[in-house]
Design a protein. Sequence first.
Lengths: 115, 115
Amino acid sequence: AAGVIQSPRHLIKEKRETATLKCYPIPRHDTVYWYQQGPGQDPQFLISFYEKMQSDKGSIPDRFSAQQFSDYHSELNMSSLELGDSALYFCASSEESRKSYNEQFFGPGTRLTVL
Amino acid sequence: DQQVKQNSPSLSVQEGRISILNCDYTNSMFDYFLWYKKYPAEGPTFLISISSIKDKNEDGRFTVFLNKSAKHLSLHIVPSQPGDSAVYFCAAKDAGGTSYGKLTFGQGTILTVHP
């Protein structure tokens, strides 16, 4: 079965650079979520999109932006990178999030290292 | 403010015995709970879920119990197998307001099952 695809899997950047993370949801899934997991921490919700519109926003810095495109893939854009942005970034997708009870399926994550 | 708490960072169990992972929450708006399993370098994998209208859900070797009055849930794995060794995350969803969909995670419990 098709899973959530994230690219790249690993990314190394320097401080103040920009990075773009991509997420391709499971086919027919209309909702995408982004989470950030720092070292030794639990995943923290950043932002989500339902039918290409932002549906919820969590602890996402103003330096970050995201969008969902017409083919439902999503991109997380990160600017003015800081050392503290080094983390695992997970994308998850689900179908019809307006139903309360639906599972989110996670991608393998992108490991971002900021030097 | 940790709204979902897994107070045991690690648990060690003998193969064939029962593993019990615990989770407490503080937000009474949470009405759907999920357990995810995570291996290193992979994204969280959905295991089992329970809605707040139930107190038990069973799927094969995995059973989740929910005690709403105590704001406590637990995951039972019987019998435990070495392949179950992973990090287990408890997650909760608030289906009301504007926060539908997003998951709030606990800190995770590292389960080690010894042969």
